[in-house]
Design a protein around this ligand. Structure first.
Ligand code: P70
Length: 457
């Protein structure tokens, strides 16, 4: 498979330490068979997340020196606000410390107990805040999104029939908003098409229901639209990004992904009254409405990162590196979610470890096996991440039981990606040696995949 040369050169390095398999066995046992609890110094290639782990450029690092740390009205806020307005097209820009800060505030503003929020597949923190405020989440994504082998080019699309059914069943008055994501992380970083997003907004707006977009990876979504959606090949990524945002009523952004920052985020709104309400909650949960839990220098880094994120050489190489890993694994017969996502390759652990029952968490089990093989850290994206239904307390069993390998932007080279591919392939070829899975030794109440501890089943 093709691997375009990286459109950057290294100026600073962080030495990596290689561990032995014996060390990794001890470290994993101490971490309760949860790679999330490992120290980063004990990880060789860290594909745990693309969030906050991206390399900043010399422009971003130099922008830190211009950070205005004034408490109120910092110059850096207006630089940040202008960048979000220019590239995402929303008028009211409200800073938050990271994405879940915006999820907390949006949910508190709009959700009341007994309401219903439809969306294109769940995301753990997004759904957690919707449920904490009393809403029931309804998945209205196309069926293909739940089928790892489907080659559907826009698995992030909404099934309009499902959305109509939720509106008819719940009543528009009980739906505070439709929650969309571009791309859909839990489906494997799958994009929504501009056409479907636009149709979804038209349907929601016809019932007086606003639509809010999770734009964490909307630039990757724009690149995939340029590659796959008829009529968009001649448009720039920046133009497509604006077209994705235009029909929506606002967005929640974790700047730790596309925008190449290590921390930060924003909530963007079109309605001035809702914006003022949200600013009021920023004072309670984030800081002042002109810094939102970020230092001035963070806002400078985000503004510079937004401009860099839409550069076509950058986004082409970024997605090509992910697709290269997908091609290497797919060519070797490793069952992966197709097509490869914008930020990650996901291994279908249920297909790869059919002899490990779902109740013993194949995704978590595979995450441990891959770490033991060569020190590569991924993260489970299956039943552990799905957690329990707040109404019944029962485990939710999502169709997708995955090991996600999320690639940080501008960090790893082809040699690292090849090491990842070789070690995952090695685990796959000896998968019958994995004879049993895992069960909880400690199960936390929220976002359990972060802090849970396991033991061999
Ligand atoms: C589509 C989308 N919307 C909002 C947020 C919250 O944003 P924030 O509060 O983290 O800034 C995220 C965070 N995504 C991280 C979280 C994570 C998961 C597993 C391991 C490590 C980290 C990830 O998927 O990697 C996201 O993906």
């Amino acid at each position: 498979p093709a691997y375009p040369p990286e459109p950057w050169r290294v100026k600073m390095v962080e030495p990596l330490r290689v561990t032995t398999r014996a060390e990794r066995e001890e470290l994993l046992r101490e971490a309760g068979w949860n790679p999330c609890l490992l120290r980063s110094e004990d990880v060789y290639v860290d594909l745990f997340t693309d969030s906050g782990t991206n390399a900043m450029s010399d422009r971003q690092w130099s922008a830190l020196m211009r950070g205005d740390e004034a408490y109120a009205g910092a110059r850096s806020f207006y630089v940040f606000e202008e960048a979000v307005r220019t590239f995402y097209g929303y008028e009211h820009v409200i800073p938050v410390h990271q994405g879940r800060g915006g999820e907390n505030i949006l949910s508190r503003c709009l959700i009341r107990p007994g309401t219903h929020v439809p969306g294109n597949m769940y995301f753990p923190s997004t759904r957690a805040h919707q449920e904490l405020n009393g809403a029931a989440f309804h998945d209205v994504i196309v069926d293909a999104a739940h089928d790892p082998a489907s080659e559907h080019p826009f698995k992030g699309d909404v099934d309009l029939g499902k959305l109509r059914a939720v509106i008819a069943g719940c009543g528009a008055d009980a739906i505070p908003y439709v929650s969309l994501a571009a791309t859909v992380n839990m489906a494997g970083g799958q994009p929504i098409s501009v056409a479907n997003l636009t149709e979804t907004c038209a349907l929601a707006h016809a019932h007086g229901i606003p639509v809010f977009l999770d734009t964490a990876r909307a630039v990757e979504n724009a690149w995939l639209v340029k590659q796959r959606e008829p009529g968009w090949a001649g448009r720039t990524v920046a133009e497509i990004l604006l077209a994705l945002c235009a029909p929506t009523d606002g967005a929640v952004m974790s700047a730790k992904k596309d925008s190449l920052a290590n921390i930060g985020g924003w909530l963007a709104l079109r309605d001035p009254a809702l914006a003022e309400q949200a600013r009021g909650l920023v004072l309670l949960y984030e800081g002042l409405h002109t810094y939102g839990g970020m230092a001035g220098r963070d806002m400078e880094a985000i503004a510079a990162g937004i401009a860099e994120s839409v550069a076509e050489d950058h986004i082409r190489a970024r997605v090509a590196q992910v697709e290269y890993l997908g091609a290497r694994l797919g060519d070797a017969g490793v069952p992966i979610v197709r097509p490869a996502g914008g930020h990650c390759v996901c291994i279908d652990a249920a297909a790869g470890l059919p002899h490990v029952p779902r109740t013993e968490f194949p995704g978590q089990t595979l995450a441990c096996a891959v770490y033991l093989e060569a020190g590569v850290r991924g993260v489970e994206r299956g039943a552990v991440s799905a957690g329990r239904d707040p109404a019944t307390g029962e485990n939710r069993w999502p169709a997708l039981e995955l090991l996600r390998l999320a690639i940080p932007r501008r960090v790893y080279t082809r040699a690292h990606i090849d090491l990842v591919a070789d070690s995952v392939i090695a685990v796959h070829r000896t998968r019958e040696r994995i004879t049993r899975g895992l069960t909880f030794a400690y199960e936390p109440p929220h976002l359990r995949f972060f802090q849970a501890r396991f033991k061999p089943a």
